[in-house]
Design a protein around this ligand. Sequence first.
Ligand SMILES: [Fe+2]
Length: 193
Amino acid sequence: MGKHSHTLKALREIALTYSIGSQPDLPAMARELGAVIHRNGPMPVSALSRLRKPQPTGLTRWLLAERSKPGISILVMAWAPNHHTPVHDHGGLWGLELALHGALEVQSYARDPVTENLSATGRDWLGPGDASWFEGGQSHAHRCRNLSRHETALTLHVYGGNLAEYFTYERTGQADRWEARPQRAVIAGPRLA
Ligand SMILES: [Fe+2]
């Protein structure tokens, strides 16, 4: 088994171990996952070369593991250079994302349960081994961007269930008004590892 397969296996085991209860200890999970990347080094895009090639533009998702009780899904995503997502939620699931290669910007938003409007709450920059996470519920959304204009970035995502359906949010013409649009997540290919 190659080094990168070992890294993926270690990440998967940690994510599964920490995904217990309805609100797992996400800071502890982030710390353990990050330690693997700090120890083994960033995971090169070539580590996934046996799989379907990442889309030259956009975001490619692969499933690393999933479990139903308690619900968890673990994915690896490849980000085309400069790719950015719209503002989106995660179907009410808790979640964590960790940079494996390259760097990501994460702009977080809080969603008002009454007005359903969004307000920016903070911005993080994730290098290899850094993570951002959020609790379950309807109040969190974020937008992510590959900070490189030239290189693909790789990230690991852990969610408290199957993130099949979620919403993206776009500003309407009126300031402070956002329009929600239902989306379906697409998995690119075979299960990893
Ligand atoms: Fe997300």
